[in-house]
Design a protein around this ligand. Structure first.
Ligand code: IVH
Length: 695
């Protein structure tokens, strides 16, 4: 495509995509599918890559993220970002109205809006273009997060209609509940697959959508921010010129310029209407796709706002009414204790089902023994359950007046509920563990599930429930047993499975599934060594550590024989990991299991992979390969290129090395000798790429 045509097409595509973004994110009325949108976007991306001179800073392609920001620049707000006075009480809301009526002399109109639970942002526009986005910070100055904010699709880069040349608009950036759940689940899977201990997972997850949104906006890589699907509502316009008379008009104007303004607002002629709005949304908020923590009430008329002015900290013309966290009352049925893959015990309160914030709550986390003690929990206690944005509800208190006189205090068990081994609690830790890691069935099943998982042995056809079933049927006790399973043992096998709520159902393995399981197990024998190492489920040996160990020790025997000190001295490994490894291999059962896996044909040594050996060690050097080698000539050539060297096709004076294999032609040999070219063997070449100096 010539440059005139490219320029024209870039402009066309940009305009078209901007319209689609507007239809989708602002109007919620998409006119094309996501797939069609992506095709147009990809075409634009390619054209901008080929013709960078025509790539505009406000291009829709910018919304997929761009540069990495090292440190956010601090920017002073032109208009300080104030917070609002807030209250939880209807009486105080009434008093707010009385104060205003006294100051103005009569009743005034209010605008009620939702108080979105996110992060405040201030965005500046110059001549209709987004120029800067700054967080609230301390109210006086905040972080310049422009690059990240540009990835939020509901925030326009360019305005339409009749906007003033320069203004700031404030709003709230947030994450939808569904997105939060999806991303947090993805994060959980990722952490589990990386080998992070289960009891450490909860603290690594985001507590609520607000937290996730704020963590996302502060990320340095805007491409990552783009994946977080953040959204924004805008609710306040600041300009040096008078644009209109009332706040509600300003919201309408902002909407006409292309901003996303919430539909859930109301002009109220008096405080009674405000109270109605507050009551309505106390119920309605559970049906919203995002979280709100209250209602913001603003005096509508700007001249009255001016008359009322500000206190030292907050405007006198606005207030927020905050909803209390949603609470429900339920009854404790039973406390159960879950055992994780690493032996960590988590107490769970099983409750009489109750409706809370749009979902039925049956269980609440009790975290650890201290929490049970703090609540002084007794059998069948009436409890208060709260869901403050967190996914798992918690018990905030007990109604002791409802407690039966003879109710038994909940006692934390001293033995593992699954294998009866006495529990241990390490100094300074809140969590109890079952130390029987080699025989506790729940830990074994948990580790087996890890072994077959996608990022470990990736055994297709075999899922968690079936593994648990096979275990309970006595068919598998160790990873190695999997490789001895026979089709006849599986076909028609009946077992009982249990879902999370403890409901049991009968399952049986049909012919086709049995075949898939056997094939999946066989296919897993080609999974590379580093993943086998990760699959073993040794504490703290996540994917990255497994890879490092595989590269350093090259095979399982070297690793099993290495002493703790040597392992610990490796870069980024450290003592704790080394300790876990040596403890694992000190156990005879584990060694026997590894030997059986090896005999079954699993990869127990580092495979040669030319794609993974990359360096700049051969930079500027010319190579010719001739003859046959232990690896293919193409692989050898790939190695040369991946390490910075150049392959040439014939012998000349400028050639640096001839790699001579078996059966090299005599003519080549002669020519190379005549020209005094350095000849090396395959082994010598391999040494070259491992060492750094070549002369
Ligand atoms: S108006 C001077 N409107 O609540 C007026 N704020 O406690 C400033 N917020 O920092 C804010 N929804 O982050 C306003 N509809 C809404 C809001 C809202 C949420 C947040 C905002 C502000 C905080 C004040």
């Amino acid at each position: 495509m010539n440059s005139d045509l490219a320029q024209k097409r870039i402009a066309e595509l940009s305009a078209e995509l901007k319209q689609h973004n507007y239809n989708y994110y602002i109007l919620s009325q998409p006119s094309i599918s996501d797939f069609e949108f992506d095709i147009l976007l990809k075409e634009l991306e390619q054209l901008e890559k080929d013709f960078p001179a025509f790539a505009k800073s406000d291009s829709p392609t910018q919304q997929v993220g761009g540069d990495i920001t090292k440190n956010f620049q601090q920017v002073k707000h032109k208009y300080p970002m104030l917070s609002l006075g807030n209250t939880y009480s209807k009486e105080e809301l009434q008093e707010f109205d009385t104060r205003i009526q006294n100051a103005i002399g009569h009743a005034v109109e209010y605008v009620c809006e939702l108080k979105f639970d996110g992060l405040a942002i201030s965005i500046s526009y110059e001549n209709g273009k987004l120029v800067r986005a700054v967080t609230r910070g301390d109210g006086v100055q905040g972080d310049d997060v422009t690059q990240n904010v540009k990835t939020i699709r509901s925030i326009p880069h360019e305005l339409k209609g009749n906007f003033p040349p320069s203004f700031e608009i404030r709003g709230e950036i947030f994450m939808h509940r569904k997105t939060f759940e999806r991303l947090n689940n993805e994060l959980k899977t990722e952490l589990l697959e990386q080998g992070v201990d289960e009891d450490k997972i909860a603290e690594r997850l985001y507590k609520n959508p607000r937290n996730f949104a704020s963590g996302s906006l502060k990320m340095q890589d805007s491409k990552e921010v783009a994946k977080r699907s953040l959204d924004a509502f805008l609710y306040f316009v600041y300009s040096d010129v008078n644009l209109c008379e009332t706040h509600s008009e300003s919201l309408k104007m902002a909407e006409s310029w292309g901003f996303k303004v919430s539909d859930h607002f109301k002009i109220c002629k008096d405080i009674d209407e405000v109270m109605n709005f507050v009551n309505t949304y106390d119920k309605e908020r559970q049906n919203l796709s995002y979280e709100i923590d209250g209602v913001v009430i603003k005096v509508n008329n700007y001249s009255f706002q001016k008359e009322l002015g500000f206190t030292a900290k907050v405007p006198r013309w606005a207030i927020s009414y905050k909803y209390k966290a949603e609470t429900a009352i339920s009854q404790l049925r039973e406390v159960t204790y879950q055992v994780g893959r690493t032996g960590a015990i988590t107490p769970v309160a099983n409750l009489t089902p109750v409706q809370l914030a749009g979902t039925t709550v049956k269980r609440a986390s009790l975290y650890n023994a201290d929490e049970i003690e703090r609540l002084d929990l007794h059998a069948f206690d009436t409890v208060f359950v709260e869901k403050g944005g967190e996914i798992i509800p918690k018990i905030t208190g007990v109604d002791t007046s409802k407690r039966d006189l003879f109710a038994q205090k909940i006692m934390y068990p001293s033995i593992c509920p699954e294998c009866q081994t006495p529990l241990v609690r390490k100094e300074g830790e809140a969590i109890h563990y079952c130390p029987n890691d080699s025989h506790c069935p729940t830990q074994l099943i948990g580790r087996m599930e890890h072994f077959i998982s996608r990022r470990a042995m990736n055994i297709e056809g075999l899922g968690g429930e079936t593994v648990a079933g096979l275990f309970k049927k006595g068919l598998i006790r160790s990873y190695a047993d999997l490789y001895e399973l026979k089709y006849e043992q599986l076909n028609g096998l009946e077992f009982e499975s249990e879902d999370e709520a403890g409901n049991k159902k009968k399952r049986s393995i049909k012919e086709k599934s049995a075949e898939n399981i056997i094939n999946g197990i066989a296919a897993s024998k080609s999974i590379p060594f580093e993943r086998v190492l990760f699959a073993l489920g040794i504490r703290m040996i996540g994917e990255t550590v497994a890879k490092k160990l595989a590269q350093q020790f090259e095979n399982i025997d070297n690793l099993m024989q290495a002493n703790g000190e040597k392992i610990a001295s490796l870069y980024e490994i450290g003592e704790k990991i080394a300790e876990n490894l040596t403890r694992f291999f000190a156990d005879e059962d584990n060694v026997a299991m590894v030997q059986r896996l090896k005999a079954a044909g699993l990869q127990m040594e580092l495979a040669f992979n030319p794609d993974e050996i990359r360096s700049n060690k051969l930079a500027g050097k010319k190579f010719l390969v001739s003859g046959s080698f232990s690896i293919s000539r193409d692989e050898l050539k790939k190695l040369i290129e991946h390490n910075g060297g150049q392959n040439v096709g014939s012998i000349s004076k400028s050639l640096d090395f001839l790699i001579a294999g078996d059966k090299m032609g005599p003519e080549k040999l002669k020519k190379a000798t005549d020209l005094n070219i350095k000849m090396i063997s395959e082994e010598e070449f391999m040494q070259l790429i491992q060492e750094s100096i070549i002369s």
